[in-house]
Every structure is written in structure tokens, then in C-alpha cells.
Design a protein around this ligand. Structure first.
Ligand SMILES: Cc1cc2nc3c(=O)[nH]c(=O)nc-3n(C[C@H](O)[C@H](O)[C@H](O)COP(=O)(O)O)c2cc1C
Length: 302
């Protein structure tokens, strides 16, 4: 059940998503992390951020909506207070990076990579702040950003996390690949707005937020399939599928669409132990399909 995400080898195919596993180590207090291939830190910025006003999360019939606003202790605070707690985890650690400029991304990515994290993920798709969106909305700038981060982190693998895109052959996916991305993470939350009919105010303090959970899953599967067949497979760039995975069947769908590994976010809030069930279910599925390994089922939609 090991899987290759480009140069990053994961022992297991399930990955805890950015912002849903604390800074990474906290998840180990409620889940045996041996069932995960990797944990992803919450997105880390150059300076500390307090994030958006309450309420920051709202429950939806189809999952949840959040506007946390990239609250984090900043890269120095992360290195001082959290980095050492990630040593010795039984899975890889991916450092998520966010920022407002190429310089911000370089600064944080370089610091995380040289601290010995296994990979960095450029979050260029946060729907709750202006950060990063500048890049995923502009393919030329995204390519420049990814190329600069690649050059700055040496041999440390670079994942690029993109927003849901309804356009065919996502131009952002192509730009990330042209910039040298080792892995595409598809996708972040989907922009949304929830309004309380009594107060007539938005349910989240920020106003709009990002929708996640089962409601976005079919859209994400479609994008994975589209990017895999039109762009990523040819380029040899693997996909980390992420969006609304709640059980092993959802994860298997992503693999068949073209994902080499599967992230889970909202499911961890519902029940962290789902990660173990999804991992075990995928393992049974690979065996039942008569496949030698998960890799032989990647993109194998009939
Ligand atoms: C409360 C919350 C906080 C999040 N924070 C981040 C973040 O800091 N950085 C990031 O790249 N994605 C963040 N995300 C997005 C998730 O990593 C994931 O892309 C998204 O939720 C879709 O996956 P899911 O449906 O399995 O939750 C956050 C999601 C939630 C629900």
C-alpha cells in the first residue's frame, strides 16, 4: 500500500489535509498515525496571523464551511513551538506554506525544508484570504512562484495545492507543472456563503468561507479525472486527491479517477478514526480487485 507521490514515498495512501490536523502532531493524540502516509501542517505564513473573527466554522447538510483565515503562529513560532514535536512521527510530514508574495513563499518554504520536513505544499488556493489566490488565478505568476520555490528547497518535494476549477485542463494545473511541481494537490475548499435567515447575517464572521466535505466530492473527482487525463499523466506528475472523502469508496473513486494518494480533512473533524477505516478499506479493495498494488489502479476507471 505504499505509494509514490513523485519523489515522495508514502508508506500508506491516506494523508491528513492542511488545516484539519493542527500543526500535525496533535492528531497523534487521537489517532494511531501509522495508518497515514503523511500529515500536513496547517498553512504557515511568514508572520503570525490571528485569523478571522468568530464564527470560523459552520456545519452544513453536505459537510462544513470554514473561514479560519490562516490563523497560525508564523514560521518562527512554528519552528520554535511545534517543529520538534513532529520528529519521530510514524508518517511523513508535509509543511503547508501560504503567503501574499513570491518572497513570502520562498521565505517559509526554505525555512520548512531546511528544518527537515519531508515535503512542502504551496497553498495557492485559500478562499478565505487574498493570500495565494493571486497565483492560482494567474497561470504565469503561478509558474514563476512554483519555479522559485523549487529552486529554493533543493531536493525537497514540492506539492502545489490548487482550487476547484471547472475549466477543462485546468490552466493552473498546467502552470504548476510547467513551474516544476512534483505533485498536484486537488483541491482546496470551494468558495461559498451561508446566511442566517433570522439575523440576515452571514453565518461566518468573515462573511464568505470555503465549503468542504461530501458535497464537493463529485466535483473534485471530475477535476482529478480531467487534470489526470489531459495534463498530469503525460507529464508524469502525480495527484493527491482531496475533497469530501468520508469512506474508502470515496477514496477508491479518486484513485480510479487518477489520484496516487488521497487526503482527508472534514472527515477528521467528524471522527479522526475514519482515517484508519479508509486505509483498511482501500487495502481490501486493492486485494478484491486482484491488483498487485494501489499504483496499478491509479487512473484505471473503465
Ligand atoms: C477548518 C479547515 C481549515 C483548513 N485550513 C487549511 C489550511 O490552513 N491550508 C490549506 O491548504 N487548506 C486548508 N483547508 C482545506 C483542506 O485542507 C481541504 O483542502 C478541504 O477541506 C477539502 O477536503 P475535505 O472535504 O476532505 O475537508 C482547511 C479546511 C478546513 C475544513
Amino acid at each position: 500500500m505504499s505509494t509514490m507521490l513523485g519523489p515522495l514515498e508514502l508508506d500508506r495512501p491516506v494523508v491528513a489535509a492542511a488545516g484539519t490536523a493542527g500543526t500535525g502532531w496533535e492528531l497523534g493524540e487521537v489517532l494511531d498515525l501509522r495508518c497515514l502516509g503523511a500529515v500536513t501542517t496547517k498553512s504557515i505564513t511568514r508572520a503570525p496571523r490571528t485569523g478571522n473573527p468568530a464564527m470560523r466554522v459552520a456545519e452544513l447538510p453536505t459537510g462544513m464551511m470554514n473561514a479560519v483565515g490562516l490563523a497560525n503562529p508564523g514560521v518562527d513560532g512554528f519552528l520554535r513551538e511545534h517543529r520538534a514535536k513532529l520528529d519521530g512521527l510514524p508518517c511523513a510530514v508535509i509543511g503547508s506554506v501560504a503567503g501574499e508574495s513570491v518572497e513570502d513563499y520562498l521565505f517559509v518554504a526554505e525555512a520548512l525544508a531546511s528544518s527537515g520536513l519531508d515535503a512542502v505544499e504551496c497553498n495557492v488556493s485559500c478562499p478565505n484570504t487574498g493570500d495565494g489566490r493571486l497565483f492560482s488565478d494567474n497561470p504565469a505568476q503561478l509558474q514563476t512562484l512554483v519555479a522559485a520555490v523549487k529552486a529554493a528547497v533543493g531536493s525537497v518535494p514540492v506539492l502545489v495545492k490548487l482550487p476547484l476549477d471547472f475549466q477543462p485542463a485546468s490552466p493552473a494545473a498546467q502552470a504548476a507543472i510547467d513551474g516544476g511541481a512534483d505533485v498536484l494537490t486537488l483541491t482546496n475548499t470551494v468558495p461559498g456563503l451561508a446566511i442566517d435567515p433570522y439575523t440576515r447575517r452571514p453565518r461566518l464572521g468573515n462573511g464568505p468561507g470555503g465549503v468542504s466535505g461530501p458535497g464537493i466530492h463529485p466535483m473534485v473527482v471530475r477535476m482529478i479525472r480531467d487534470v489526470y487525463t489531459r495534463v498530469a499523466q503525460r507529464a508524469g506528475v502525480p495527484i493527491l486527491g482531496l475533497g469530501g472523502v468520508f469512506n474508502w469508496e470515496d477514496a477508491a473513486e479518486m484513485v480510479l479517477a487518477g489520484a496516487s494518494a488521497v487526503g482527508i480533512g472534514t472527515a477528521l473533524f467528524a471522527d479522526p478514526k475514519r482515517a484508519k477505516k479508509i486505509d483498511a478499506g482501500l487495502q481490501r479493495w486493492v486485494r478484491d480487485q486482484g491488483a498487485d498494488d494501489l499504483a496499478s489502479l491509479v487512473g484505471a476507471m473503465a
